[in-house]
Design a protein around this ligand. Structure first.
Ligand SMILES: [Zn+2]
Ligand SMILES: [Zn+2]
Length: 104
């Protein structure tokens, strides 16, 4: 352990990412906290789904990729990371690479 690093705060609250399932495309969205982030097409049109509606999606629809909700999902500037099955905001941040070298 390196004691010069500060203690981290509580885990990021991702509960604002709600299921966007809307069976009749009305205001009637599910709004349960989502578990899955779904990419519908190659333009990365995407949505969130709770456990129940992910099951519905798998039965009825096609999608190109999905991954469990993470802290970067739905954040501005986040990119869909197919290889690592998550959204990523910090892929090419030079500061992060430098920090990793310092702490290696
Ligand atoms: Zn739902
Ligand atoms: Zn995501």
């Amino acid at each position: 352990m390196n004691e010069s690093f500060p203690a981290l705060g509580p885990e990021v609250d991702t509960s604002t990412q709600q299921c966007s399932f809307s069976p009749d495309v009305s205001d009637n969205t599910c709004q349960v906290p989502a578990l899955w982030h779904i990419a519908w097409d190659t333009d990365l049109e995407n949505g969130f789904a709770c456990r129940e509606h992910m099951a519905v999606v798998q039965q009825r629809f096609v999608y190109i990729d999905r991954h469990p909700i993470g802290p970067d999902c739905g954040m501005p500037g986040a990119r869909w990371d197919f290889d690592h099955k998550r959204c990523n905001r910090s892929d090419d941040t030079p500061a992060l690479a430098a920090a990793k070298e310092l702490t290696a």
